[in-house]
Design a protein around this ligand. Structure first.
Ligand code: AHG
Length: 335
């Protein structure tokens, strides 16, 4: 069987379909190369001295793992000199990282969660890198945090790499979702699936049930009905899966359907949710919509949310269309 590499796929997207400019093609290739380096570090585990805490906190006040910092550095080093970017923003950095004057500056802005699911690193459970690409609006040389504050619907590309039994890169350029698998022997990413579709209906939900008593009534209503199974309002049984790495949970949903929730909870009433809009929710919402699913914050489409700050948080309900519509309707009915 003739295999299509990521490079060939991107060249064809650029040349034959005119879908992506050369700079964006380069950007995706560089990110994929960085993810390969992260995959190698993850695979080494204890042998590479990459496990455990780094002894520092990030801007969110979360303890950073060594691999969080390594992955962040790999992504910056790989992307800084190519001339395709104006600046980068990361869940692990307080403020944006502007491309220094000694390098040419491109028009793209790259945002990433360098290693999503940090609590799973040391226990050898799937983790991943999530990324989002925006275009800098305006042609002035300077770049500031304001340039990043665009709703997710303006993303030029988004994707993630999940480091699990296989390393898998899932990508959208705004024309569907394609999946690439890393061949560890050749070191190349190969196209293994195209045109992913999330089924409209599902009997599988994904939520951290230990937080149930803290949720708002529409979320409790939705989950209670799932739990009641065929004896309740839904008239069918549901299964539950929660990996604790958004990349792994969303990958399952893109593969076989399901609904993922990380809702607001009353322990931190001033925060809209735990997950980050710019590094997690936006790229995942873009992928999910491109695969025929939906993503909302319970009230509004995630991709329409206008961010007010870089590290903004958001409630998330995403996945199979009919389930997301139902959960969103329960929010509307609650007023
Ligand atoms: P982080 O990026 O800090 O590793 O956070 C992981 C996120 C997300 O990947 C996952 O869905 C969620 O946090 C898990 O949260 P709980 O530990 O509350 O279940």
């Amino acid at each position: 069987m003739k295999r299509v590499s990521l490079t060939q796929y991107l060249v064809e997207q650029q040349r034959e379909h005119g879908r992506i400019p050369a700079e964006l093609r380069l950007l995706i290739e560089v990110v994929a190369r960085a993810c390969k380096r992260i995959a190698i570090a993850v695979n080494k585990g204890a042998l590479g001295d990459v496990l455990g805490s780094a002894g520092t906190d990030n801007v969110q006040g979360e303890v950073q793992k060594k691999l969080d910092i390594i992955s962040n550095e790999v992504l910056i080093e790989a992307n800084i000199w190519g001339g395709h970017l104006a600046a980068m923003a990361s869940e692990e950095m307080d403020s944006i990282h502007v491309v220094p004057d000694r390098y040419p500056q491109g028009e793209y802005l790259l945002l990433f969660d360098p290693l999503d699911g940090s609590s799973n690193i040391d226990v050898n459970v799937s983790i991943g890198t999530i990324f989002s690409v925006l275009r800098k609006v305006g042609h002035t040389r300077g770049v500031s945090e304001e340039d990043f504050l665009q709703p997710g619907k303006h993303q030029a590309a988004a994707g993630y790499c999940v480091y699990g039994p296989q390393s898998t890169l899932v990508l959208t350029l705004g024309n569907g979702v394609a999946v690439f698998t890393l061949d560890r022997e050749t070191g190349s990413w190969y196209l293994t699936q195209e045109g992913l579709r999330i089924p409209d209906d599902t009997q599988e939900f994904s939520v951290n049930m230990s937080n149930l008593r803290h949720w708002a009534p529409p979320v409790t209503r939705y989950i209670d009905e799932c739990l009641a199974g065929r004896d309740g309002a839904r008239g069918k049984d549901f299964n539950m899966r929660w990996v604790g790495s958004m990349v792994a949970d969303v990958h399952r949903i893109l593969t076989r359907g399901g609904v993922f929730l990380y809702p607001w909870d009353k322990r931190e009433p001033d925060k809209p949710g735990k997950l980050r809009l710019m590094y997690e929710a936006n790229p995942m919402a873009f992928l999910v919509e491109q695969a025929g699913g939906l993503a909302t914050n319970g009230r509004e489409r995630i991709l329409d949310v206008q961010p007010a700050k870089l590290h903004e948080r958001v409630s998330v309900v995403l996945g199979s269309k009919n389930e997301v519509e139902r959960a969103t309707r329960y929010h509307a009915e609650a007023g």
